[in-house]
Design a protein around this ligand. Structure first.
Ligand SMILES: [Zn+2]
Length: 157
């Protein structure tokens, strides 16, 4: 799995697809949600890896996102669920793009199949090199988008 920095950097770039700061934050949460569930089961509850892998299955993500969406006010749940699910799918797509030594990492068809899928586009360790670059690219894009807005504020230069 790419590290959380890489997942967040990708989500930072794509969050503008959602309207409003709250919805965008929820999208960012969705981009790390599958790993939060995985780590909670694996690290906190000491569950075996095979038991935790379905946390990255698209059908299971529907339940995971629905549980989190229930934490929000009723009138916001539907939109927040969509943002959470979109972020989670981005996460799973990034995980699936990695080469996990040919073992696969995403149970795309769970519960109908236990096979793990991967695209094998980059090595697992590549995210160590990609994370700082991805974060800098996201920050540069953010500055490029924000700078014209800041210059237009009343009282700005
Ligand atoms: Zn993951």
């Amino acid at each position: 799995m790419p590290d959380l920095i890489t997942h967040m950097a990708a989500a930072l770039v794509l969050r503008r697809a959602f309207a409003g700061p709250r919805r965008r934050l929820v999208f960012l949460l969705g981009a790390v949600l599958p790993d939060l569930y995985f780590k909670a089961l694996h690290v906190v509850l000491h569950a075996d890896t095979w038991f935790c892998e379905p946390t990255h299955a698209p059908l299971v993500l529907v339940l995971e996102c629905a549980l989190v969406a229930m934490l929000f006010p009723a009138e916001e749940r539907r939109g927040h669920f969509a943002a959470l699910y979109a972020g989670s799918l981005l996460h799973v797509l990034m995980d699936a793009a990695k080469d996990n030594f040919g073992h696969g990492s995403v149970p795309a068809l769970f519960p109908f199949s236990l096979d793990l899928w991967e695209l094998g586009l980059y090595w697992t360790e590549d995210t160590v090199l990609v994370a700082p670059v991805a974060l800098l690219a996201a920050l540069a894009l953010e500055l490029a988008v924000l700078r014209p807005l800041l210059d237009r504020r009343p009282g700005a230069r």
